[in-house]
Design a protein around this ligand. Structure first.
Ligand code: NAD
Length: 257
């Protein structure tokens, strides 16, 4: 179990990519802190289920990643961590002139500022132990732009910049910071959009996925949450000890275009 004895905090890990990463790290033996902004019985049951499935310790801690102080409290309540995965993120699509200010502020807070706060809180413990992995879940939109996604694109570009800066500040101390940049990943959120897209375009599932949703993804295939989890596991392996301050695209060729 290569990650036995390591503790990972994964923000926004009750669904989608965060949950996929949490499961992949647990499969390698890491103890987990799962997180979202809710505090339901299902949230805690999810952690208990993963703990039982993989024979690791797991708990759920509620913290709203829109709130900087709550981000720092999450790390403190977890007792620090060896692996920090900044994954929580939201999206809103609108032309700049109509972009609601509250949405801009929320996206910048959750998709970018939360990583600043959790990283600042996690680094002292990582430095003391001489080992740490910071994995920021950016996006193909951290490297390229799309219209109507001003806040998301700005936040994800910012997250890539933050990743590089953190990597430089801790270089040589056993701590790496990298960003994974997924293209379109088949999460429950994306899956739920398929029926509407089929209706709107009058296409069957396969055609709407290939011709509409995956237009910018040359492989014309979704990435999976398991593949993003596998990439995170790789970044925690000794093979990745000298990989820092960089981005790893898992985007079916999107950013090669
Ligand atoms: P998702 O909606 O399935 O999961 C998001 C998670 O974040 C959920 O657990 C949600 O509860 C949590 N969350 C949302 N707001 C929060 C808050 N304020 N505080 C704490 N937790 C909060 O989304 P996903 O598709 O799995 O996306 C996860 C990350 O991956 C995001 O940062 C997203 O930008 C990025 N990403 C997704 C795709 C994709 O195609 N799905 C592609 C590239 C990047």
């Amino acid at each position: 179990m290569p990650l036995h004895g390591r503790t990972a905090i994964v923000t926004g890990s009750t669904s989608g990519i965060g949950l996929g990463i949490a499961r992949a790290l647990a499969a390698e033996g890491a103890d987990l802190v799962l997180n979202s902004f809710t505090d339901s019985a299902e949230d805690h049951a999810l952690a208990q289920g993963i703990a039982a499935e993989f024979g690791i310790r797991a708990r759920y801690i509620r913290a709203d990643m829109a709130d900087g102080a709550a981000c720092r409290r999450l790390v403190a309540e977890a007792g620090g961590c060896d692996i920090l995965v900044n994954n929580a993120g939201i999206q809103h699509v609108a032309p700049i002139e109509d972009f609601p200010v509250a949405k801009w502020d929320a996206i910048l807070a959750i998709n970018l500022s939360s990583a600043f706060h959790t990283t600042a809180a996690a680094l002292p413990g990582m430095k003391a132990r001489g080992w740490g992995r910071i994995i920021n879940i950016a996006s193909a939109h951290g490297l390229t732009a799309s219209p109507f996604k001003a806040a998301y694109v700005a936040a994800k570009h910012g997250l890539v910049g933050l990743t590089r800066t953190v990597a430089l500040e801790v270089a040589g101390q056993g701590i790496t910071a990298n960003a994974i940049c997924p293209g379109y990943v088949l999460t429950p959120l994306v899956e739920a959009q398929i029926p509407d897209q089929m209706k709107a375009h009058g296409m069957d599932r396969e055609t709407v996925v290939r011709e509409v949703m995956l237009l910018r993804q040359p492989s014309r295939q979704f990435a999976t949450t398991g593949q993003i989890g596998g990439t995170a596991v790789f970044l925690c392996s000794p093979a990745a000890d000298q990989i820092t301050g960089t981005t790893i695209s898992v985007d079916g060729g999107w950013t090669a275009l």
